[in-house]
Design a protein around this ligand. Structure first.
Ligand SMILES: *[C@@H]1O[C@H](CO)[C@@H](O)[C@H](O)[C@H]1NC(C)=O
Ligand SMILES: *[C@@H]1O[C@H](CO)[C@@H](O)[C@H](O)[C@H]1NC(C)=O
Ligand SMILES: *[C@@H]1O[C@H](CO)[C@@H](O)[C@H](O)[C@H]1NC(C)=O
Length: 263
């Protein structure tokens, strides 16, 4: 391992080494089992020792690497089952952990590499304490990805799982901002985002929640559901036309389900 205390000139070289490690950790091609063999306890202890470094850039770099290592290999994989075993009533520190760690972990660019584990953790919180559902939903809304459609699809998937465990009371606390966000997603010109958002209606539980407050929710969704998909910029491309039609059919289905629920 590298020793702490190094001068400014060597940082360039050192940075490359750290960068290599970061890339290895975050790469989707990295086999987790193999990686765990090398990024083991002694390795992590040595990495922690490097916090002694006098160079703040190095400390910052190590912090970020540890964050990613925990995100990918350790914390999240076991955390879900730990949360599942939390005693009730849930300790305040665990709720703080949800708000300060689990939710902000949705922000990093590398989310895709650990999203399924993270999503498992958040749904475990809801499964344990139903009342936390709106904390999570509002938390997700706050760090909702605006420009990254792949991330947005992941968020919508997680939202569906959380909503499936959400009760009426929690739902009503967050439904207005929630459906403003869903309307924006339905309205996206990116096909997969719009489709994933419309998919929420495949859940009977979510349809039931919506129908209880449809007079409030439908006006929020109206514009997005009315959207004329022929305006989608890719419509001129033949292979996309089928996709637009599917989206149209999905919208149609939603109207039917909403009408049926309204009777
Ligand atoms: C949908 O997108 C259009 C522009 O593409 C925008 O003018 C409109 O306000 C959006 N509607 C919603 C509900 O987000
Ligand atoms: C939502 O629906 C419930 C029961 O269906 C009702 O008691 C509540 O007032 C509604 N909330 C709003 C904001 O409309
Ligand atoms: C949708 O937009 C296209 C082109 O802007 C138009 O030709 C078509 O009539 C519109 N369809 C509906 C149902 O509004």
């Amino acid at each position: 391992m590298l020793k702490p205390k190094r001068g400014i000139p060597s940082w360039l070289h050192l940075h490359l080494v750290y960068e290599l490690l970061v890339q290895y950790v975050v790469s989707p091609d990295t086999d987790t089992k193999t990686a765990k063999h090398y990024i083991d306890h002694p390795f992590l202890m040595k990495l922690l020792d490097l916090f002694d470094s006098e160079d703040p850039r190095e400390r910052e770099c190590i912090k970020s690497i540890l964050h990613r290592i925990y995100g990918k290999f350790m914390l999240l994989e076991i955390l879900g089952s730990i949360i599942n075993g939390f005693a009730l009533p849930m300790k305040e520190e665990h709720k703080v952990f949800l708000a300060r760690v689990s939710i902000p972990l949705h922000k990093p660019k590398a989310l895709e590499t650990y999203h399924s584990q993270l999503s498992y953790c958040t749904t475990q919180f809801v499964a344990k304490v139903c009342r936390l559902a709106d904390t999570i939903i509002m938390g997700l809304s706050k760090c909702w990805p605006v420009t990254n459609s792949q991330k947005e699809v992941l968020f919508l998937g997680e939202l569906e799982e959380v909503l499936d465990g959400t009760g009426t009371v929690e739902f009503q606390r967050c439904m207005v901002p929630l459906f403003r966000q869903i309307a924006r997603s339905i309205n996206r010109s990116h096909y997969q985002v719009a489709e994933r958002a419309l998919f929420l209606w495949n859940s009977d539980h979510i349809v039931e929640l919506i129908s209880q407050n449809r007079t409030l929710i439908l006006p929020i969704l109206f514009d997005a559901l009315q959207k004329n998909t022929t305006q989608y910029h890719w419509n001129q491309y033949k292979e996309r036309k089928g996709k637009c039609r599917e989206l149209e059919e999905q919208r149609e289905l939603i109207w039917q389900r909403l009408e049926a629920a309204a009777v």
